[in-house]
Every structure is written in C-alpha cells, then in structure tokens.
Ligand binder design. Structure first.
Ligand code: PLP
Length: 406
C-alpha cells in the first residue's frame, strides 16, 4: 500500500459526516482509505487487521486480485443491460452457481434483503400454486433472534425491538419459534405453511450454532410437512465455516438457498436465490424483477467468486485457520472470555461484562490495530477474510488477550 491520498484528518472526516449522514450506524472511529488482503489503512496511514471482513462480504480479502481483474475486464466491456435484454455473462454465472450449490435455478438480485424478500414471494406463490394453500393464507415459520435484513416485511418477523420499533404496521403471515428447537418448529408448521426460513448459523445473534442434527431435523420435518426449507446463508455461506455452505456440515440440501455478501467479492452487491426447479418455476415474466439484478458486472464478479470456491482452497483455509482461532479462544476462556462459539473462521466471543462492553473491547482492539465489531452487549464477532494467515490470526488473538487482561 502506498501513502494516503487524502488531506483531511480522520477526526475532520468523522465530524463532517455528522450533519449530513443519517445516524443509523455507530461506527468505530476509524476512517478507512485503502485496503489490501486482510489489511486496511486509515487516512493517517495507520494499518489495521480487518477481523470483520465486511460482515463476510470480504471472504476473499480486500481487492482480491482475481476478483478485481474480473471486474476490470468487465468494466471495459459491458456493465449494465437491464433484464429487458440478455447479457453474455448471466448464463455462465447462473450455471456455475447452480453447480456449486447442487440446486437448479438462480434468481439474481443485489442485496441480501432483496434475496430474502424474493424468497418470501417465491415461497408464497409456490404455496398457492403447488401446495394448494387458500389465497392469502400462507405462513412462513422463522426463528427468534433471526437476522434477515432491514425491509419492512423482514423486520415484521424480527424479534429485535431496536430493528422493529416505530416501523409498523407489519407484514402478516409469519410465525416465530425458538431457534434450535425442533419440537417448537414441528408445532408451528401446519397445512398453511409455505416454508421454514432459518439461518443455519445465526450470525447477528452472536454466531449461534445449532445442535448437531438440527438442520437434518429441519430438512426431514419440512419434507414430511410438504413445505419448503429456505436456508439463509447470506453470511454463513461461501467458505466462511470451512465448507462451501454451513448446511454442508450436515450434508443437507435446502429447497431454497439465499446467498449474498461474499458473492459480490467485496466489489459490488450481488445476491441470489438458488432453488429447485419446480420451486423457482412458479415465477413467470413480469411477476418479479430488479433493474440491477444479474447485471453483467455482477455476473462477472459472481462467476469469479464461484471459480475461487471451486478450488476448495478457501474452504480449506477457513477450516485450518479455524483450528487456530478456536485454540486461541479456548486459551482465553477465564481470562476475560466467558464463552465462545466458533465454526471455521467465524466466532462469537462473549466477554466478561466486568472487563468491558463489546463496544469498549472493540475500541480497545482498534487502538491495537485490530478491527472487530460488537453485537448484542458483550459479544464480539470475529470473521477475518479467509485469506488471513495463521500468523496474523495469532497476532489478533494476542491483541485480544492484551486488551482483556490489561
Ligand atoms: C447481512 C444479512 C442479510 C441482509 O443482507 P443485506 O445485503 O445487508 O441486505 C440477510 N441475511 C443474513 C443472514 C445476513 O447476514
């Protein structure tokens, strides 16, 4: 990385945001100006190890050379057609994503929330046209403490009051059951149920990993009940957990899979609904769409992401480095860490509230050159790019030990 290009200081830029930028975030006071791999650099030239990786949108590292090259090549040729016309990149993207996931058909969208919204629509239409649910009676069963995005329909089935309060009236048709509770799920599913929508690992909730057998149970239950299993792998998917998908840990294939975040390679927003053919075929021309969904730039980057995943290298790195992460965190239990959950290169770490809030720990780590993000009180989330080296991981764990025991 070369010298910073900006003349304003971090403090000036943070002050300049306040009157003109909506206050819907409370970022750490670091102003990033450039990045490469697992490292970011602020406007003063201070370097930080990025242990958040854009909430897993940067699984392949900042400015991954293969992805940047694919984007550059496409920028020089064609960027947008809208779906009024075909473009020469979309067939390859859809075919490669279907092959990677073992499903049949792809609905390309942009953001994660759009993929979730699209899946809700597909599941409802499937319920009316294929399952025979009476008009406007379809229900979708979701889990408590879910995070599926920020639209009005999605916050309608959130259990996080901060995300909901003040945004009603809410969309009906959702039932909430406790996560990781097959009996509660079974009790909530009936003849009106279009789908069960869950995260195979709940990210925002604090990297909550269900018991072994839960995903298999959801698969069996939904098959028996004749409803769809929708797995939201927008954060858990694409290598993060040491496998291509989090459902791969139980060898389960959902009917509908939601991908986003890392699918755009940290370059452009790319999301997708991937589904079995007889489910996706309920959509007919004009019934759903997106101006930017499936644009050639997104398709080129998305195809390059699938190419990276096809090698298996990133999944292997996440699994191997995940052992270092787990062992490092185990050594901190009792030294400021009260508990943690980890799979692959993804961990939710509960810090002793007496040592500090998650926010305070994140700020102290920032001063040590490590960027993480707190979630829910005293939990911090660790999710570095899958390209992080074991040495970098050890240095981050060393910094965490330092701030917890200072
Ligand atoms: C981030 C996320 C979303 C929403 O994605 P956006 O691109 O922010 O709309 C949905 N589901 C899960 C599991 C996520 O982590």
């Amino acid at each position: 990385m070369t010298a910073p290009v900006r003349t304003e200081s971090s403090a000036e830029l943070i002050r300049a945001e306040e009157p003109v930028l909506a206050h819907n975030y409370h970022p750490l006071p670091v102003v990033v100006a450039r990045a490469e791999g697992a490292w970011v650099e602020d406007v003063e030239g201070r370097r930080y190890l990025d242990m958040l990786a854009g909430y897993s949108a940067l699984n392949f590292g900042h400015r991954n050379p293969a992805l940047i090259e694919a984007a550059h090549r496409q920028l020089d040729r064609l960027t947008l057609t809208s779906r009024a016309f075909h473009n020469d990149r979309l067939a390859e993207f859809a075919a490669s994503l279907a092959e990677l996931t073992g499903l049949d058909m792809v609905l390309p969208m942009n953001t994660g929330a759009e993929a979730v919204e699209s899946a809700v629509k597909v599941a409802r239409k499937w319920a009316y046209e294929v399952k025979g649910v009476p008009a406007d009676r379809a229900t979708i069963v979701v889990a408590a403490d879910n995070f599926h995005g920020r639209t009005t329909t999605i916050v309608s089935f959130s259990t996080d009051e901060t995300a909901r309060a003040g945004f009603g009236p809410f969309t009906p048709g959702f039932r909430v059951v406790p996560y990781n509770d097959l009996a509660a799920l079974e009790a909530a599913v009936d003849e009106t149920t279009a789908a069960v929508l869950i995260e195979p690992i709940q990210g925002e909730a604090g990297v909550i990993i269900p018991d072994e057998g839960y995903l298999t149970g959801v698969r069996d239950l939904t098959r028996r009940a004749g409803c769809l299993f929708i797995a939201d792998e927008i954060q858990s998917g694409l290598g993060r957990t040491g496998r291509t998908l989090a459902v791969d840990h139980e060898g389960v294939v959902p009917d509908v899979l939601l991908l986003g975040k890392a699918l755009g390679g940290g370059i452009v927003p790319v999301s997708a609904v991937v589904a079995r053919r007889e489910v996706m075929e309920v959509l007919k021309p004009g019934e759903h769409g997106s101006t930017f969904g499936g644009n050639p730039l997104a398709a080129a980057v998305g195809s390059a992401v699938v190419d990276l995943l096809r090698t298996g290298e990133f999944q292997r790195r996440a699994a191997e480095s995940g052992v270092v992460l787990r062992e490092g965190l185990e050594a901190l239990v009792g030294k400021g860490v009260v508990g943690f959950r980890a799979r692959g290169l993804w961990a939710g770490v509960d810090v002793d509230p007496a040592v500090g809030t998650g926010r305070e720990i994140s700020e102290r780590l920032m001063r040590e050159g490590i960027l993480v993000k707190d979630t829910h009180g005293s939990t911090i989330r660790i999710a570095p790019p899958l390209t992080v080296t074991e040495e970098e991981l050890r240095s981050a764990l060393g910094a965490l030990e330092k701030v917890l025991t200072a």
